[in-house]
Design a protein around this ligand. Structure first.
Ligand code: NAI
Ligand code: MG
Length: 351
């Protein structure tokens, strides 16, 4: 039986994951869903955000779906044991180097965007963010005290040819199934790692993907273009740091953070890691009002990318679209529906 490991985590994580469980039970009763403790809750119970046992469960599942981790109550936990450290560790241990973040504007939500309807109508970008390299992991890093008493903080951006090539390959492959256009964003004008990034992407394109249109764009210009005319993008591939920033900017164009799912993929045949891009939302946690659609759409991505059930994924996506067309709205979308009511709206459309 195919296995999904659910790691609800903290804050609104368990609330939105409960809706994923209900959708999965209705749609794919043949997928075995197991739940485990992770994040701040695991730190409280076991002194670590990610136990070896849960990591082993993740590595042996077909897919892992996370809720969210973190919260103010763990702000003073040792840095290496913070809930967020458990998340970074899970990504690295699972080797999920390509983070797919679709920024898609549902027609029913075009007026919820902070950009004008005519600018976001039809918006459908697939951001491919490199997830396990770059400045978030590069060595050396640290904070040191200089002889004059002031401090010096430093990080290192590192990318190897193979790290760039494998994530670019994911982007080109995705583009072939979409509008056949890849934009690669870096800062080759001021960074050596950016020069290498552009070189590797250009070579790979010429060698294996000449049928796909490739455009290079400096990352700061990409940020501006995302706000000016976001529909010009199809697949946008970039490094870990720029991908983090550009995908948050793109997400707002779609209406709400509570709508955006993600998939982190690695080597073919290994489990994928799926998560809504939002956090644990301590301000609304426990109130039952969080939007569960980002989590439900993350399950939709898992069906597509890890379980080989593209047809069922299409059905779920269509049900979410109809629920929104029918006016289903949680608070973040300007409505008053509870988390459970939004789950019910999707279940009703699934029939
Ligand atoms: P956040 O994403 O948790 O919340 C930002 C704002 O968006 C809040 O006003 C929240 O109420 C709202 N929001 C988020 N998700 C929503 C949903 N599904 N429905 C309705 N409203 C929603 O980001 P914040 O507040 O910066 O971080 C809170 C905690 O989450 C921190 O500890 C942070 O480290 C952690 N975090 C964890 C992530 C993860 O587990 N992948 C990702 C981002 C943050
Ligand atoms: Mg981020």
């Amino acid at each position: 039986m195919p296995k999904l490991l659910l790691l609800p985590g903290d804050g609104i994580g368990p609330e939105v994951c409960a809706e994923v469980r209900r959708v999965a039970a209705a749609l794919t009763p043949d997928i075995e869903v197991t739940e485990a403790i992770y994040g701040g809750a695991s730190y409280d119970a076991h002194g670590t955000p990610l136990t070896d046992e849960v990591l082993a469960m993740a590595l042996s599942a077909d897919a892992v779906l996370l809720g969210a981790v973190g919260g103010p109550q763990w702000a003073n936990a040792p840095r290496a044991l913070r809930p967020e450290a458990g998340l970074l560790k899970l990504r690295v241990e699972m080797g999920v180097f390509a983070n797919l973040r679709p920024a898609l504007c549902f027609d029913a939500l075009a007026d919820a965007s902070s950009l004008k309807r005519e600018v976001v109508a039809g918006l459908d970008i697939m951001i491919v963010r490199e997830l396990t390299g770059g400045v978030y992991f590069g060595q050396p890093r640290g904070i040191e005290t200089l002889p004059d008493g002031q401090k010096r903080g430093f990080d290192t951006q590192v990318y190897t040819t193979s790290e760039i090539e494998r994530v670019a390959r994911v982007a080109f492959e995705l583009a072939r199934g979409r509008r056949n256009h890849v934009t690669s964003a870096e800062k080759s004008n001021v960074m050596e790692s950016g020069v290498l990034w552009r070189e590797v992407v250009t070579e790979l394109h010429a060698r294996d993907y000449a049928d796909v249109t490739l455009e290079h764009m400096l990352a700061d210009n990409a940020a501006m273009q995302l706000v000016r005319r976001p529909t010009q993008f199809d697949v946008l591939v970039t490094d870990n740091l720029f991908g983090d920033i550009l995908s948050d900017a793109a997400s707002q164009a779609t209406g709400s953070l509570g709508m955006l799912p993600s998939a982190a993929l690695g080597i073919k045949g290994k489990p994928g890691l799926y998560e809504p891009i939002h956090g644990s939302a301590p301000d609304i946690a426990g109130k039952g009002v969080a939007n569960p659609l980002a989590a439900i759409l993350s399950f939709e991505m898992a069906l597509r990318w890890s379980f080989g059930r593209g047809d069922i994924a299409d059905r779920l996506f269509a049900a979410v679209t109809r629920a929104l067309d029918g006016g289903a709205r949680t608070g973040d979308l300007g409505g008053t529906m509870t988390t459970v009511a939004m789950g019910n709206a999707v279940l009703a459309e699934l029939g």
